[in-house]
Design a protein around this ligand. Sequence first.
Ligand code: NI
Ligand code: MN
Length: 230
Amino acid sequence: MSLTLTYFGHAAFRLESGKNAVLIDPFITGNPVASVSADEVNAETIILTHAHNDHVGDTVEIAKRNNATVIATAELAGWIGSQGVENAIGANHGGTVKFAGGSTKFVPAWHTSSYTTPDGAVAPGVPAGHVVRFGGKTIYFAGDTSLFLDMQLIADEELDVAVLPIGDHFTMGPRDALRAVEMLRAPMVIPSHYNTFPPIEQDVEKFRVDVERASASRVIPLAPGESAAL
Ligand code: NI
Ligand code: MN
């Protein structure tokens, strides 16, 4: 089974395998490094890690246009449904939700979660990471999180790929991400959530060298618009 992962910049990814496609955190409009425009992005499943605007992004518009299913923590899924998305599935940490071509298991993430509208913040609830099984691979999307020791449990999912934030300031930075790699033991690591805005600028090449010196994992930095065959 072939699986293609495409990076749109920030924390937005698309997975494609056969006739199925999944978006994760499709923040495209307003994303200064986005490689596409939102109206050219299609999938029948959208998975969200949390409610922050730089993750929900274009979810409502893309979901309506594609009649897509949105999978998110319960409170966020409720809000997405209130915006006119017909298929929003709410779940919570520890739970697994099936979707067309795969499944995702909700795991903890240490962060906050709210969506800012012109009238204030809505959609409280908790953030999550996702262990996505799709296209024959197991991919951990950490979402926005600090380092936490329970990543040792996520390693038991036998990951093929770990997508980890390295930007610092809002999430863990490169030093903690290296410790996450050591706990997660995924053969492949894809850095995310960096070089989008000034506070999260990072030297990804230094991160790659540091990780590959300290662990058996290989780091694949993707430029926005780039794809990797997994
Ligand atoms: Ni966030
Ligand atoms: Mn974020």
